[in-house]
Write a protein that binds this ligand. Structure first.
Ligand code: 13P
Length: 249
């Protein structure tokens, strides 16, 4: 059975003190849940976060990682560095990385391969822009993002992959995809994986929805059969909101 997951993508928010405060609040308020709960503070606070959550079921994950093992990549972070501080999962392919840092499908395929080579689990993000949806190209765009970065993997690699469908027009805009739009795309993603691999791989992969998920809309979005949880931006920065979203699943 695929996992239910609620993951917070903190992006470039929270200094050290704010990180410690939020982690302490989350630990104290974490509800009983069968879902996996993840948080991703910024790089400089990852090691502290893994220590602070040592006795917690909340997993600390990275927002990004580089594809090279080591070397002359100023400002970058390798898989080994993450593993050495107890971080075993990384977000790869976030639309902000694609848009502002030039991460192409080809680069993302290299990052995916590098993460898998080190047994790092991946939360792989993808999703169409507003123009794609307006012009009816959203299925095509999503299909090519998936295929270009992931479809040369062996089927057994998919056990290490979590997908996060995040339509760019819904990120940080307050305009969420409707539960029906999310379900329609998630079902399409599962069908695409069934065709590229098989039904077992497609059934086992968790597909999260991301884009303006809030306490007020989470229950309805999570109630859809192909939505296995959420990747939460803004609402993951407020303990009570994130906890409410965890309760919704
Ligand atoms: P918001 O929840 O702030 O829209 O962000 C979604 C997101 O980008 C998570 O990765």
């Amino acid at each position: 059975m695929r996992s239910k997951i609620v993951a917070g993508n903190w992006k470039m928010n929270k200094n050290l003190t704010d990180t410690e405060t939020l982690l302490a609040e989350l630990s104290a308020k974490l509800p009983d849940t069968n879902a996996e709960v993840m948080v991703s503070p910024t790089y400089v606070n990852l090691a502290g976060a893994t220590r602070a959550l040592e006795n917690s079921t909340i997993e600390v994950i990275a927002q990004n990682m580089h594809f090279a093992e080591s070397g002359a990549y100023t400002g970058e972070i390798s898989a080994d560095m993450l593993l050495s501080i107890g971080v075993n999962t990384a977000i790869i392919g976030h639309s902000e990385r694609r848009a502002y840092f030039g991460e192409t499908d080809a680069i993302l395929a290299k990052k995916v391969a590098a993460a898998l080579a080190k047994n790092i689990r991946i939360v792989f993000c993808f999703g169409e822009e507003l123009e794609d949806r307006k012009s009816g190209n959203h299925f095509k765009v999503v299909e090519s993002q998936l295929k270009n970065a992931l479809f040369s993997l062996d089927s057994n690699a998919w056990g290490k992959i979590v997908l996060a469908y995040e339509p760019v027009w819904a990120i940080g805009t307050g305009e969420t995809a409707s539960p029906e739009q999310a379900q329609e795309m998630h079902a399409f993603i599962r069908k695409t994986i069934t065709e590229g691999y098989n039904a077992e791989v497609a059934d086992e992969v968790s597909i999260l929805y991301g884009g303006s998920v809030k306490p007020g809309n989470a229950t309805e979005i999570f109630s859809k059969p192909d939505v296995d949880g959420g990747l939460i931006g803004g609402a993951s920065l407020v303990a009570d909101d994130f906890v409410a979203i965890i309760k919704a699943i």
